[in-house]
Design a protein around this ligand. Structure first.
Ligand code: SF4
Ligand code: SF4
Ligand SMILES: [Zn+2]
Length: 152
């Protein structure tokens, strides 16, 4: 176990909110130790993540930082990825976007930082992983962990 007691926890920056509504700050690729992704928006400056992502390209072409700025939000592409995230990870990207639109990115990121702190070791949990990658305890927000809890 890599015990860091939260000292290496990555910051949740407003620049980590991807146009589609993913918080890159809780993405497994952003949190991994080796060659982490820098995030969807920051990646535009450096090496591009998802260079062929149609949502990312569409938002950029329209000059939007976030898809919720678009008058057709949520378009079919957004609905599709939202459904996928709801089914696989129990997260609605549309609700993420609406929360940012309504209350601002700073409030959203503060809430996310509190939500995704591992209850056991206080490192950052990932929306994509069923366990904490630091202490291996279950991620309570991962859909399968929730089902297991409910059946106990
Ligand atoms: S892989 Fe995608 S979702 Fe994850 S941090 Fe990179 S840009 Fe964000
Ligand atoms: S049409 Fe609008 S909501 Fe859909 S991907 Fe493009 S910018 Fe985002
Ligand atoms: Zn942990």
């Amino acid at each position: 176990m890599n015990s860091t007691n939260g000292k290496t926890m990555k910051m949740m920056s407003s620049q980590l909110f991807a146009p589609c509504g993913i918080n890159c700050g809780v993405c497994a690729n952003y949190l991994r130790k080796r060659k982490p992704c820098v995030g969807c928006l920051l990646g535009i400056i450096g090496k591009e993540p998802h260079p062929k992502c149609k949502i990312r390209l569409c938002a950029r072409e329209h000059g939007f930082t976030n898809c919720f700025e678009c008058k057709t939000f949520p378009c079919e592409r957004i609905k599709h990825i939202d459904l996928r995230y709801q089914k696989s990870y129990g997260i609605s990207l549309i609700l993420n976007s609406l929360a940012v639109k309504e209350n601002g990115i700073a409030t959203f990121m503060e809430r996310e930082a509190r939500k995704w702190e591992c209850p056991s070791c206080h490192e950052r949990l990932s929306i994509h992983l069923p366990i904490c990658s630091n202490c291996q305890q279950p991620n309570p927000f991962f859909p399968l962990s929730r089902k297991r809890e409910q059946s106990n």
